[in-house]
Every structure is written in C-alpha cells, then in structure tokens.
Design a protein around this ligand. Structure first.
Ligand code: LMR
Length: 329
C-alpha cells in the first residue's frame, strides 16, 4: 500500500515537472542571417517571415533577422549553419558550389530569358529536386526566392564584349561566373558582397554584376558611371537551413514555420518583381549612372562570347538539367 502511494506520488511529481517544463520551455530561436539591405526582396522577405512567425507562433518561436552581413558574411554563413550558429539564410544560388555542383546551373549566362522562365523551372520536378541536392552535406533547401536578372556595371561604357577586356570584375564565389568573365578576357575576382562598394569606390575593381535592387540599395550606382542592361544572368536565392535543425523541430512547429516561410517567399517575390522596375528607374532618375541599352546585334555578341561557358560545366551540372532549364523559356 505504502509503495503504491509513493509510486503514484512520484509519477505525479514527474508529470508535474514535465508539464511545468513544457509550459515554460524556452522558445526556439531562428537566427536568419543575410547580406543585403532591408529594403530589398530578401530583406523584406526575412522581415515578413519574422512578423508572421511572431503573429502565429507567439512565444514558441522567435525569429531574429540580421541583415547587411551583420552576423555572417556570405563566405561564412553556411559553415556557421552546419555548426548550429545560425538557422536560416538565403544565399544566392551562386554561393553553394562547395556543397553541390548542380546549383551552378543558375549561373550559366543567358540560360533564362526572363524571370517567368526561372519561376517555371524552379517549380518543375527537376527544379524541386535541386532543393534536396545538399542533404547529404547537412543542408536542406526550403524554397527559392527571386531577386532578378543581372546587369553589368562598370567604370567605362560596355556595349560589346571587347569593351570588358582587361577590366577587373567582382564576382560571387562561383567558378561559372569566373569562366564567364574569362570568356570576355576580363579579370574576375571572388569577393564577399559586403566589400563590393568599397572596392568600386576605391577603384580597386572596375565593375561588377548585380540586380537592380542590389545596385540601388548598396549605392553601387553612385560609384559606377555606367550600367549595361544586359540581363545576362540571374540572382535568385535558396532559402536554406541545416537538416539537423529542421528535422529536430517538433512536427507541428515545423509545419507552421514552413507555411510562414512560403508566404514570406511569395511576398518577397512580389517585391522582387516591383523593384526590378522601380529601382532601375530610381537609378536612371538619379543621373549618377548612365543606363546603356543594347541593340539586338550587340546583345548577340554578348551571347556569342559568353555561351561557350555552358559546355565547360555541362559534365558537372548535367546536360539533362541544362536542357530542362533551357526548355522553360
Ligand atoms: C551578391 O553577392 O552580389 C549577391 O548574392 C548578394 C545578395 O545576396 O543578393
């Protein structure tokens, strides 16, 4: 009798501790680190995600957003993620080369003719498969986020490929992008995003490639007198987390977090579409930088100069993937 009573008391005590424990369990913190300004598609997507999670998951999950490379630059964030120091990031698709060769696909010059083609490919079965291409390395893609098509900015007017010969261009950490500039007889330099403005301002480099919203929000147009509207490639993002963190979340919370993320991505994509037009116009209106449009004949010359890069990377990326992406046009 005595033993039964003490057993009951012990069980009650344990369940009370558990109940109290879970009622007061520390909230899960999701640190979201990125490199761009808050007033960009990615910056706004991250803030939207934070707001949605705060609204829906209250004190169970807290999202902390660190913009402008405040927490980690783009050369460190994935390592930090694998160490558990950051839970969410959205590096450009050009920055995963150490973890997978498949995503190099998105760097091939003149692969997609517009953002509709990018979207169509990303939504296809092959595009969705790529989200899982780094699972064995401990990273999992939760979705794609748009920024937009890339333009070439420079200290001198670039109308034809020969104009770029000998110039130094900052690139993201991508061998495809290095090959793209080497095909122009230019000099590519892999540098973190956080250093680009200073490199341009001090004329340590002559140019760079980026989207309208990045050129505008980071003021590259103030230190680059010419921007060629080349639309020669794309900067899109992979919203990424560590497999360990993601699988470790309780099922119901993971589901809610994913839902908030999908909604934030849809919002970010609408910002991206709007900024591709409005930030371009702001740059033109500033008169700090001259926007050069290409004739069809000039554009053909850029295509001819850059497209041989495709065959160099065909083996690494996979011809079937390249064909599938190209057929989205
Ligand atoms: C860059 O490094 O130029 C971009 O990837 C920055 C960004 O995240 O948009």
């Amino acid at each position: 009798m005595f033993r039964t009573v003490s057993k009951i008391l012990a069980v009650t005590a344990v369940s009370t501790v558990l109940a109290v424990g879970s009622a007061f369990a520390a909230p899960i913190t999701i640190k979201f680190s990125h490199v761009v300004a808050e007033n960009t598609p990615k910056g706004q997507m991250a803030n939207k995600f934070k707001d949605l999670v705060a609204e829906r998951l209250g004190d169970k999950v807290i999202v902390e957003v660190f913009p402008n490379s405040q927490l980690f630059g783009d050369n460190k964030v994935l390592e930090a993620m694998l160490l558990g120091d950051v839970q969410l990031a959205a590096p450009s698709l050009s920055k995963f080369e150490r973890y997978t060769k498949s995503l190099q696909l998105f760097d091939l010059p003149f692969l997609f003719k517009d953002m509709a083609a990018v979207e169509k490919f990303q939504k296809s079965a092959k595009g969705q498969e790529l989200l899982k291409s780094m699972e064995s390395k401990g990273l999992i893609g939760l979705g794609y986020l748009h920024n937009g098509l890339k333009q070439l900015s420079s200290s001198k007017p670039l109308k034809v490929p020969a104009d770029a010969s000998g110039l130094k261009f900052r690139i993201m950490t991508s061998d495809v992008l290095a090959a793209q500039f080497e095909a122009l007889d230019a000099v590519p330099l892999k540098k973190p995003f956080s250093e680009v403005f200073t490199l341009l301002q001090t004329k340590a480099i002559d140019g760079q490639e980026n989207t309208w919203s990045n050129i505008y929000s980071k003021k590259f147009f103030e230190v680059q007198p010419y921007i060629t509207e080349s639309n020669h490639g794309v900067i899109d993002y992979l919203v990424v987390t560590s497999t360990e963190f993601w699988k470790g979340l309780p099922d119901d919370i993971r589901g809610e977090v994913k839902k908030a993320l999908d909604e934030a991505i849809a919002f970010g994509n609408s910002v991206a579409a709007e900024k591709a037009t409005s930030d371009r116009q702001r740059i033109i209106d500033s008169k700090r930088s001259k926007v050069l449009e290409l004739t069809d004949a000039e554009r053909d010359q850029w295509v001819k100069a850059m497209k041989p890069v495709w065959s160099k990377f065909e083996k690494d990326i996979g011809k079937d993937l390249i064909d599938a992406a190209y057929s989205s046009n």
